[in-house]
Design a protein. Structure first.
Length: 234
């Protein structure tokens, strides 16, 4: 079993990050990962539950589900992320299948009982120079370049009676995510919130966030939210 500890003085419970191998170039689990892992604790996972971890990164959420008995498929567009998830799962001898691909690939492998997603969601101007690994966090002018397609694909990814968990920033308009999932047939609501200081990426985007009206001058914190969508049984 992965060990658990309180993080950042909060009551969140999440895998100890030092026990997950994360090479340079792969998204390192941070507060959003921890908040999502905490929400996933509410999911009805048991032996044989099929779980999809989309935008898997290091695979930390896939590992959390697999440790509870789930059979997990982890999908990411990054070859290095797929390798990282595979290595972390093999070390623990957990039933995680790591695949390279996008939402189309995920739909081919579904449907799933539970879908968990920590997609890129940082708003970025078209001129952003985020470096070679910016795809880990940059997601278009409003940060919804992956969120919107995910909401559109959710109905096909989740089996009847199943559920979806997705984390993102309040800068991305949580009401828009809830409305998109509801329009697609889900019962959806925000189930977790936490406020954190800006990290290095958002500090570098503060001017852009001010310009497009996503935060006030001098803002230094963001709110993270986890949204759960439940698909009705047929």
């Amino acid at each position: 079993m992965l060990e658990y500890e309180a993080v950042g003085g909060s009551d969140l419970r999440a895998p100890v990050l030092s026990r997950v191998w994360v090479p340079p170039g792969v998204y390192r689990p941070q507060e959003d990962s921890l908040l999502l892992a905490d929400a996933l604790n509410d999911a009805p996972i048991q032996a044989g539950t099929r779980v999809l971890d989309v935008c898997s990164g290091s695979g930390v959420l896939a590992l959390s589900a697999a440790e509870r008995g789930a059979v997990v498929v982890a999908v990411d567009i990054s070859r290095l992320a797929v390798l990282t998830t595979w290595v972390n799962a093999r070390i623990r001898q957990l039933p995680v299948t790591a695949c390279r691909g996008d939402l189309s690939r995920a739909k081919e492998l579904g449907p799933f009982d539970i879908v968990v997603a920590n997609p890129p969601y940082v708003p970025a101007p078209a001129s952003a120079a985020g470096g070679p690994f910016a795809q880990r966090w940059d997601a278009g002018s409003d940060g919804r370049a992956v969120l919107d397609p995910l909401c559109e694909a959710a109905w096909e990814l989740v089996r009847p009676g199943g559920c979806l968990f997705v984390v993102h920033s309040a800068f991305n308009d949580e009401a828009r995510t809830v409305a998109a999932l509801q329009a697609g047939g889900f019962d959806a609501e925000v189930v977790r919130r936490t406020t954190i200081p800006f990290g290095s990426v958002l500090r570098s985007r503060r001017g852009y966030l001010n310009t497009v009206g996503l935060c006030e001058q001098g803002c230094a914190v963001e709110e993270l939210v986890v949204i759960r969508g439940d698909k009705p049984r047929e």
